[in-house]
Design a protein around this ligand. Sequence first.
Ligand code: NAP
Length: 302
Amino acid sequence: MYDIIVVGGGPAGLTAALYALRAGKTVLVIEKSTFGGQITWSPKVENYPAIPSVSGTELGDKLMAQAQAQGAEFELDEVVSVELDGDIKRVKTDFGASFEARALIIAVGAKPRAIGLEREAELIGNGVCFCAVCDGAFYKNRPVAVYGGGNSALQDAMLLSDSCSKVYLIHRRYSFRGEAKLVEALRKRDNVEFVLESTISALHGDGELTGITVADKSGESRDIAVDGLFVAIGHAPDNGVFSQFMELDEAGYAASDERCLTKTQGVFVAGDCRAKRVRQLTTAVADGSSAALAACSYIDNL
Ligand code: NAP
């Protein structure tokens, strides 16, 4: 049995592991896809204090190496069911393993939100993408569109404009939610066209994306030929498996107190899957440390 199981190996989960290990606890981190989490999709992180610029992949690798050096154990597997009522928390995984701990920290993050258009599902991987870092290279010297107005969309557009022939940045508003500095840098790029106050209303292509239809706020439509569409319209939390043991808000984010404690004793939540106002790398690692210290104190008082 472990002292703490952390579900999710992104910045929140790995920081939680680090703090718990340094408090002398044993820790297992279970991650279903990529250790480092969503941040590994960021080509450049330039808003993490004391690190002027770092790639998301490098940051993710370092977070993992740091937790590993402190003695963290890792499992690449998906948690598919949990028993969290009693003093011993049990999780079962997709590969059929089961693990026990005295406390659980849920740091499962959020998954990219789809647009919800007809044929979107069949075009995912055939022109419709959610990660410019992962898939951008396939569109070298080809025209692409990026959809969204947050930091992910702006960063994707920056990265893609380095190698794609043309980048249409499509956003439903005139002003951006993402950083003004990124918007300014994009405006200076010759191959970036801003398509503002507009939404994507249709996807075209038979088996592979060949273009999109964009409607502006006056209702006028325009077809744009693109080989790739990078969707960056935010994320939805991934709390499903744990929902019975947490209070979820209407969008599915988990409520918790300042210690990151959920409604279930010994079960804590950290990072983007937690209900809060600001979802940043800095707030994810802050949650990780709060959740870990609260979990340690909970275990010490069992
Ligand atoms: P976000 O900040 O939530 O932005 C989502 C964007 O998509 C918004 O502009 C939103 O428009 C738009 N949108 C949402 N639903 C839509 C829909 N149905 N149709 C069309 N547009 C839609 O998401 P994000 O960019 O993925 O970023 C998530 C968090 O991670 C943010 O806090 C962000 O700052 C952070 N982040 C940080 C870094 C870093 O370098 N540290 C990198 C990437 C992301 P409205 O503005 O109109 O609502």
